[in-house]
Design a protein around this ligand. Structure first.
Ligand SMILES: [Zn+2]
Ligand SMILES: [Zn+2]
Length: 684
């Protein structure tokens, strides 16, 4: 697909049209959420602000009608639909001839000049040198059409970087597979061009596959401190400590030269993990903004807000292309601030007399911090249980991201010394993981903690799609043990990803010419596309990528040039080894279809069976019927040997294959199943 550039003239009448409102849009202005109202109050009421709000209804209207004119020019479509004469502006205009005498020419000119200024300001083309022939290629190798496994290649003529190298989780059919790592085939192909790995933040879906890549090749890793410290933990687990020498800790707000072709800036971003960043990637082709995972939290727990000034800086200079997080693109409004869970936690601690358990993602250090801080406030001692929870909390405290009094922490074996009302247990297992501390507590198998009826358990996390069943299981166990469980309660969890208004904010700040929604399944990126169109990005300048699509971007065009191989490598966590695809396929067929084992002796001289063959089956036929079934298969085998093709008996492998086909047909007729069939024929 070829995505042509936006011609300059297309945008000329747009700004003008966008100012026209109708009654419906006026209403939608009034119906703004509380968050927006508050924001409006806080922000300065400059002319800039007013002109921004003029543009806003355009998008709202677009989304309602869901109808875009050619080229995705939202502002034009608005023009057509707003000519009903019911907007205040239209009625004024209709009466213009009557009051013509009252119109001051210099003011008219002023309006015209400012309209031109708006047009220039809102036209992404005006800031990009379209005579620039340099190109950059963007290839996602994971993270699209799926949740997790984020890895993207950015490639110039001579050099390439990888942005994030994440893992994902298997579905239930991948038996014995613990994690999925992206297929590195393409990375191997361009190995000589690769100059660095760039990390946005420390979530597993962004760093989890780094150690597996490092087993094959080593590259400098550029990131802020926390993601590097988390990768260091992984390296230690894999006995690869020596690779820490590849770490390149970076400073935010500083341009870092990577290789010869890349200038990178890490821009601070708010998310459900601390020390997250967006990236500004500048090459000869121009600047690409990669949001990484984000929410726009104006009151983050540590006070470090998203560095929107840097986004605005790049937006003002002209941004060629933007890749943006689509996770919550179906959610209207704003995602609540992380700080908003505090009042709910506080209310709970004030009320609860027994022990309190808080379970959340161990990487969400600010959530853990808030749970602990409020626990301490109500005189509770904190017991942290669960390896990853302990490790991440320790990291965050060691590196000074959070401060908590060490005197407030107790060890699990000390719990007996305190009253229930003095205990807060912070633990992993919010996704119902069967080997987590919470799960073991829930079934009474934890060494130090047994659940009792006075306990309150707060699951402060959303279910990752696919985990609903296991969460339900742990909730059932906890409730059966008598605990009061708070799960899916709105105030005690907020998402780490921005909703539509936050996505719009970044698009408006950056004003990219080309837009690539990323981080989500197809429906998420498709919805994000609508949002981008409503914020002035041309529809033809948006591409919905799939893993393996190689997109070439230059000042004039964005197009898909080819597809590269992608996929997943299966990993067994017990030994950190790869599991080959055919093994997983075999396991799948064993699990769903069963297995038939046939052992027999065959006479070479007359192709007859010697003795009775042994037939054993698993997962096909009930035990009590197995004897009859075995006889039936033996009959098939006997028949087969009687009619065997001449010469086949000389080649026992070919004979077994042939027999397998015959038995398969028979079994399918009987059972409508395709079990694995393992014939072993001894030719005597
Ligand atoms: Zn992510
Ligand atoms: Zn993330």
């Amino acid at each position: 697909m070829d995505l042509q550039e936006n011609s300059d003239s297309a945008t000329n009448s747009e700004a003008k049209n966008s100012q026209q409102k109708n009654g419906e849009q006026e209403k939608s202005e009034v119906k703004k959420s509380e968050v927006e109202k508050r924001e409006k109050k806080e922000s300065d009421r400059s002319a800039y602000h007013k002109s921004q709000s003029k543009n806003r209804p355009t998008g709202n209207r677009e989304q309602r009608s869901g109808n875009y004119t050619k080229g995705g020019d939202n502002r034009n479509s608005n023009n057509k639909s707003s000519g009903k004469g019911n907007s205040p502006r239209d009625s004024k205009r209709g009466g213009r001839s009557k009051f013509a005498a009252a119109t001051d020419k210099s003011l008219q000119e002023c309006v015209a000049k400012n309209q031109k200024i708006h047009e220039a300001r809102l036209n992404p083309n005006s800031k990009i040198n379209i005579n620039n022939d340099a190109k950059i290629r963007i290839t996602p190798l994971g993270g699209l059409g799926e949740i997790g496994g984020n890895i993207t290649v950015f490639e110039t003529e001579k050099e390439a970087i990888l942005v994030d190298v994440g893992m994902s989780f298997p579905d239930e059919e991948m038996h014995g597979v613990d994690i999925l790592v992206p297929d590195f085939t393409y990375v191997r192909q361009i190995k000589d061009k690769l100059v660095a790995i760039i990390i946005t933040h420390g979530h597993e879906d962004h760093i989890g596959a780094v150690s597996y890549l490092f087993k094959e090749m080593q590259l400098p890793i550029y990131a802020t401190a926390l993601p590097l410290a988390m990768i260091a933990n992984r390296f230690e687990e894999h006995h690869m400590q020596e690779f820490k020498k590849y770490f390149r800790p970076i400073e935010k707000r500083t341009i870092v030269k990577v290789g010869n072709d890349f200038d990178l800036e890490w821009m601070h971003m708010t998310h459900s993990i601390i020390d997250a960043s967006s990236l500004a990637i500048t090459t000869d082709a121009g600047t690409i903004i990669h949001t990484g995972d984000f929410k726009i939290d104006h009151t983050p727990v540590d006070g470090y807000t998203a560095d929107l000034h840097r986004f605005a800086h790049y937006g003002e200079r002209g941004v060629l292309c933007m890749l943006s997080d689509s996770t919550n693109s179906h959610n209207p409004g704003m995602t609540m601030s992380e700080l908003s869970v505090a009042p709910a936690l506080d209310r709970l601690y004030a009320k609860v007399k027994g022990r309190v358990f808080v379970s959340t993602f161990s990487s969400n250090v600010h959530r853990v911090y808030q749970a602990i801080e409020h626990g301490i406030k109500y005189g509770r001692k904190v017991c942290v249980i669960g390896r990853s929870m302990e490790r991440n909390l320790e990291l965050a405290m060691n590196y000074d991201y959070i401060k908590l009094p060490s005197s407030s922490f107790i060890e699990p074996h000390e719990l007996g010394r305190y009253k229930d009302s003095e205990i807060l247990i912070v633990t992993t297992g919010s996704q119902g993981e069967p080997n987590s501390a919470l799960f073991r507590m829930s079934i009474g198998e934890h060494r130090h903690v047994k659940i009792k009826p006075t306990d309150t358990v707060i699951l402060s996390a959303r279910a990752i799609p696919g985990n609903e069943g296991s969460i339900s299981k742990v909730v059932n166990h906890l409730q059966r043990a008598g605990a009061h469980v708070l799960h899916n309660v709105r105030d005690i969890h907020v998402s780490g990803h921005g909703a539509q208004e936050e996505q719009k904010l970044l698009i408006r700040l950056v004003q990219p010419k080309f837009f690539l929604p990323v981080h989500g399944e197809f429906n998420h990126i498709m919805k994000h596309k609508d949002t981008a169109i409503s914020c002035g990005v041309q529809e033809r300048n948006i591409y919905l990528m799939e893993d393996g699509d190689q997109i070439e971007v230059s000042a004039r065009t964005m197009r898909k040039v080819r597809s590269v191989k992608t996929g997943k490598t299966y990993i067994d966590n017990q030994n950190n080894h790869t599991i080959e695809n055919d093994i997983v396929l075999d396991r799948q067929s064993l699990a769903t279809e069963g297995i038939v084992n046939i052992v027999a002796q065959v006479s070479k001289s007359d192709s007859r069976l010697i003795g009775h063959p042994r037939v054993s089956t698993f997962g096909i036929i009930a035990n009590k019927q197995e004897h009859a079934f075995g006889n039936e298969i033996a009959g098939v085998l006997e028949q087969y040997m009687l009619n065997i093709k001449p010469g086949l008996i000389e080649n026992s492998r070919a004979m077994e294959n042939d027999l397998r086909g015959v038995v398969r047909k028979h079994i399918y007729r009987k059972t409508k199943k395709y079990p694995m069939i393992v014939p072993t024929l001894f030719v005597m």
